[in-house]
Design a protein around this ligand. Structure first.
Ligand code: ATP
Ligand code: MG
Length: 156
């Protein structure tokens, strides 16, 4: 169900939905908003909400108490893309796991140790949805220092 969307509003609302979850661990969710208005993107609102929910949920789940999570949204005029990142300072992901975390049902060993609940479907779904929007999603991470997920979505 593709429509023109204001991503900034959607991300802001998703952050708000997770505010009490974050509060329980004394985590701050900080939205680094675009400095200027960004163009609308053509996308499926429900599906993109699922992506942001899964990534923010993970960031909180695998973050340490008392830390900060930064969510940023930018417009890259030259490439006609929006760029989103979700950065935590939590448990991190081992190099050998990084290639597999987007697979169906895959859960990292340190994640299982930290939080026994989870199906390993969140990132699988996120990747599928982003690819249906002709976008890209990838991760950069270091064990015990944190993880950043990046998304790029084309404007048209
Ligand atoms: P669920 O289906 O409930 O989301 P999950 O969180 O284990 O379960 P995914 O969201 O698909 O599943 O994530 C897959 C794996 O990627 C996790 O098990 C964990 O190992 C790793 N992971 C994802 N996000 C993070 C993060 N922010 N920090 C550290 N590890 C992460
Ligand atoms: Mg998850």
């Amino acid at each position: 169900n593709f429509k023109n969307l204001n991503l900034s509003n959607i991300i802001e609302q998703t952050i708000f939905e997770f505010s009490s979850e974050a509060h329980k661990k004394d985590i701050s969710l900080i939205f680094l908003k675009p400095e200027t208005e960004i163009p609308e993107i053509l996308g499926d609102e429900e599906m993109l909400r699922v992506v942001f929910q899964n990534l923010i949920e993970n960031a909180i789940k695998y973050e340490n108490r008392n830390d900060k999570i930064f969510i940023s949204l930018k417009y890259n005029l030259k490439n006609k893309e929006v760029e989103i990142s979700i950065r935590d300072t939590g448990i991190g992901i081992k190099k050998e796991d990084q290639a597999r975390i987007f697979d169906k049902f895959y859960r990292g060993g340190n994640a299982i140790k930290k939080d026994e609940t989870g199906t390993g479907l969140g990132l699988f779904a996120a990747k599928n949805i982003i690819e249906h929007h002709k976008g890209k999603i990838w991760v950069e991470s270091k064990v015990k220092s944190g993880t950043t997920f990046f998304i790029k979505l084309p404007i048209s």
